[in-house]
Design a protein around this ligand. Structure first.
Ligand code: ADP
Length: 330
């Protein structure tokens, strides 16, 4: 395929942007898109600050060197932003005007489901866009893993390992709140990896009475006087108040920790680098084939593409077998 497009490319200039929440591995995806595009004879433009930069014309031509030495860097060198006005047709028309000014014919958008909607809308206005799943949350059903999830998971495990040391020393209960937006995967996967005593996620909520009863039993038994509880964000309005209730009702000396933004940063894992590189190169292939309004995923270790509307309508995997495994391994 590469040979055909080197001779007669249908498009000549593509753009790339990162949008919404950042995630480790976005830089690897940027690098893959730039390098694949250049090797197919395309010109590649970096659009800074997501859709905001597109509207403002914050657009710069990239070369091979522009993406040197970024494979190991977290965050996104193109920076990211949110622009809710992008939902308005008049604002998107401005963006299309800027793209026309630069001669950009097609775009790769790296972001979450909100960014995918922007990409679909732009495609409907004549600019083919391909979305890559860049988010730590793993909340996109059209891919087994999103770019950044694995790195974030490893960061959480690192943090929980450290918290565990002091939790054990003091025979405490530690309640650890992790990110994930409304998706429980970060809590579920890290809970399994850490052998947590309890995992509370949107897909696996536990009534408070049951939480108290279980933790009290643990506390009162002689052989298990510490507990790690991993909780998805947004389930408790105030995790510190929840910890106070646990302490009062179970007798456990209890502490709460919100891991916070440390979860978003850091060098991407090898898994995320490889995932991002495969998806980035595939996205350029799709644009060269004249495709738009689609997003890229990895399903059963194969890189695939879906129409964005179809992708957003897919039910998310609730990982029931993993929940069962957690019960068995308790
Ligand atoms: P994420 O992409 O991580 O889900 P957001 O939901 O904040 O993050 O979306 C990122 C950006 O995508 C928004 O700031 C907005 O510019 C654009 N966007 C989101 N939803 C739409 C939509 N329905 N139509 C057009 N653009 C959208």
């Amino acid at each position: 395929m590469k040979g055909d497009f080197e001779v007669f490319p249908m498009i000549h200039r593509i753009g790339i942007l990162t949008s919404g929440g950042d995630s480790p591995g976005m830089n690897c995806a940027i690098r893959a898109v730039v390098r694949a595009g250049l090797s197919y004879g395309l010109e590649v433009y970096g659009i800074y600050d997501g859709y905001k930069g597109m509207v403002e014309g914050n657009i710069v031509k990239l070369d091979r060197k522009s993406v040197s030495d970024i494979v190991n860097r977290g965050g996104t060198v193109l920076r990211t932003a949110r622009l809710k006005e992008f939902k308005e047709v008049s604002v998107r028309e401005k963006a299309v005007g800027q793209l026309k000014k630069f001669g950009i014919e097609a775009i790769v958008v790296i972001g979450g489901d909100g960014s995918y909607m922007g990409a679909k809308r732009l495609t409907e206005m004549g600019i083919n866009c391909v979305g890559l799943p860049g988010t730590i949350d793993n909340d996109i059903a059209s891919t087994d893993y999103t770019i950044g999830f694995d790195t974030c998971l490893n960061t959480i495990c690192d943090c929980v390992d450290k918290i565990r040391d002091t939790t054990e020393s003091h025979s405490r209960c530690s309640i650890i709140e992790v990110m994930g937006n409304h998706c429980g995967d970060l809590a579920l996967f890290s809970g399994l990896a850490e052998g947590a005593e309890m995992i509370i996620t949107p897909d696996h909520p536990i009534p408070e009475e049951e939480i108290m009863r279980t933790l009290k039993q643990m506390h009162d038994s002689d052989d298990n006087k510490r507990a790690i509880v991993i909780v998805s964000e947004k389930l408790y309005p105030n995790i510190y108040e929840f910890a106070e209730r646990v302490q009062k009702e179970t007798g456990f000396d209890t502490r709460a920790d919100i891991l916070g933004h440390v979860q978003r940063g850091g060098a991407p894992s090898a898994f995320d680098r490889i995932l991002a590189s495969r998806m980035g190169a595939y996205a350029v292939d799709c644009l060269l084939e004249g495709k738009g309004g689609i997003c890229i995923g990895m399903v059963n270790n194969k890189i695939v593409d879906y129409d964005i509307y179809d992708a957003l309508a897919l039910p998310r995997d609730k990982h029931v077998s993993m929940l069962r495994l957690i019960d068995i391994l308790k």
